[in-house]
Design a protein around this ligand. Sequence first.
Ligand code: ATP
Ligand code: MG
Length: 767
Amino acid sequence: MSELPPANSPTTVEDALLDGLTPPQREAVTHVDGPMLVLAGPGSGKTRVITRRVAYLVRGVGIAPWNVLAITFTNKAAGEMRERVSELLSEREARAATIATFHSLCARLLRRYADRLGLPAGYSIYDSSDQQRAMKQALNDLEINPKNFPPNSMLHTISNAKNELVDAEAFAQTAGDFYNRTVAKVYKKYTQILTRNHALDFDDLLLKTVQLLKQHPEVLAELRERYQYVLIDEYQDTNHAQFMLANALASGHQNLCATGDPDQSIYGWRGANIRNILEFEQHYPNAKVVRLEQNYRSTKKILAAADGLIRNNSARKHKQLFTDNDDGDPVQLVTMQDERQEAHWLVERFRDLHVNEKLAWGEMAVFYRMNSLSRVVEDALRDAGMPYQIARGTAFYDRAEIKDAVAYLRVIANPADEVNLLRIINTPTRGIGNQSIKAMQAHSLASNRAVDDIIRDPMSVPGLSNRAQNAVAKFAKMVDEWRTAAGLNEAPDLLLGQQGLSPAASDDEISLRELVERVITESTLEEHYRKDKSDPDQERLANLGELISSAQQFEEDYLNEAAEDGNDAPTLRDKLLALLERISLVSDVDSVDQGEGAVTLMTLHAAKGLEFPIVAMVGVEDGLLPHQRSQNEGEKGEEEERRLCFVGMTRAMRRLYMTSTRYRTIFGQTMPVIPSRFLNELPTDAIEVCDVSEDGDDPFGDDFEPHTSAREQAGEFPPGTRVRHPQFGIGRIITVARSGSHTRARVEFNAAGVKTLILQYARLEKV
Ligand SMILES: Nc1ncnc2c1ncn2[C@@H]1O[C@H](COP(=O)(O)OP(=O)(O)OP(=O)(O)O)[C@@H](O)[C@H]1O
Ligand SMILES: [Mg+2]
């Protein structure tokens, strides 16, 4: 949807910026100085307010765009905001404003001020698989059994500590019991490994930035001066580190505008702290608070259903939302036999919407609690020949061949990155076996020299065969040549980042695309996959080709942006570091293109902030939603799951389907399952229940209040009655049976086949 106001109506610039806003939205957009909190439910225009405010501050108030900092939750949201702002302002102004995620902002700041932290500007950002490798090494070094201290849970605990700004030392000081003392050791070791590799993990980006601002008041002063207006969307999901960062930037001028909805806080498990938004007025006693009460997204029925659900959370303040949108259809709760029938049903439903209601594929989305639920849906969509896209932006970069190519690039940019160096030193195989690698690692430890240094002097490594020595020397020479081509070898001190020190690009410097291409060819990665003509390898080759194209595209965008910033000749090193940063910070939802003619599949978490005309939530079952894991955390865990369900439901604009099955196969085990307890909480007048499973027992138990009594219904539809169902069309009742307070009818539909429906909910009409 375009943010552009119609050309004819508004007359002044200010009118145009405020066009299509309600009075409270205007109030939020035009508030200039001082703290402000926009506290409002889903679909009420919070994100629209942030976007307009960026434009208004620049055009309406005359603030320089580079003084504005807007922080969004994903790169995708940042990209969209930039696009909308550039429709309201010029592209140049939109680029000059900083619109970023917390992580990309921090990565940028750390690069700019790397020298203050003694951090090489070419530092690597470790993604979860790099983190796993580093953690395994830490456990190995400490001789700790990963069975008792699983790498994932170690990483989770460390991540939470970092988000609370608790570093390894502070953690050790408070660790009382044996378990925590062991974690403290692991934390320390893991930190040492990252430091040695000149690497930061995601949480370090925040932690180090906060430390930077604390330890270097001159940097804080500079940034406060630069970012005079700070805007943060989705504030309910900020963690402590993000909170401290936002507050530090806004300290002094206090121009902090936060928007959010406590009912949509869904990242508590990852350290988000809902109190940041609940206590905003305590942190900023003079804050202006704006509430938006009108929902522009959903039908009345969808809104009523979502509202009925969220009211069951006890730890909340109620917000009344209303909408002028249509009543719409009731939310359909459909029970199937198993996940295959569920996927099949979805495909048929979507096809019907596409063919009969002329909805585009891109207007439909499927949400699930866990990625593993997507496979069956994917298979069904593929079999039906329906276009779909899956929000797994990281999937491309998770492929082994891409990870290998990127590891080469990381090694070029960051000589200290041993995790990646060891990944590629013998990939593709080049005669440097495991024994040789172990010998080099041992020698590196014994002589206290970096592996990157050792490979230049392989003769010194005890126990390395002649053959291996030659192979290592050849490998080192190859890496050196790339570094020279990238302008990274000549002046090693330049690796210590310092603002303004980066030399201008020399004329003979190769392009980023050429570098990536050279690496893929000269490393023999390409040859390795070309040798084999099997399909998977053909696909891998194509992926490597795609990496080259994406580097070219990135380079073009980067050059344009740099030119806007007045830098006409960014160096290859700058471009390489920026590309690696982009690759590290990509998130699942970034790949989603809502304009595309494809059904979108994504997790409930990834769906935050988005909207689709048609939404189907699959696997709405106890154990999945609420998730089994949340049950360990008692009510708090369940309330977060309820908010997650609420977030999913409130993405839907026109129609919402929530499906569950009787049996589901998870991790290869088929088990009977029951519909989510959350479904019992939905108000009956906003929903329609339908059971299309084979045995059709009432899956919702007796908690439901049917509209009419079972007896009445049974009498009304004797076997043989011709009926019409809003979805299945015309059919004939075969049998009617009472069960508890419900009546089930088996109906043979002309087109849809035999279905078992609960009469009280099925909205059957006699014809
Ligand atoms: N005043 C308005 N008039 C018409 N449409 C509006 C208005 N305000 C917002 N909208 C539209 O309503 C939808 C929801 O707005 P937006 O995404 O900004 O809501 P939100 O509060 O950020 O929702 P969420 O909490 O889900 O992030 C968007 O399509 C937006 O363009
Ligand atoms: Mg929003």
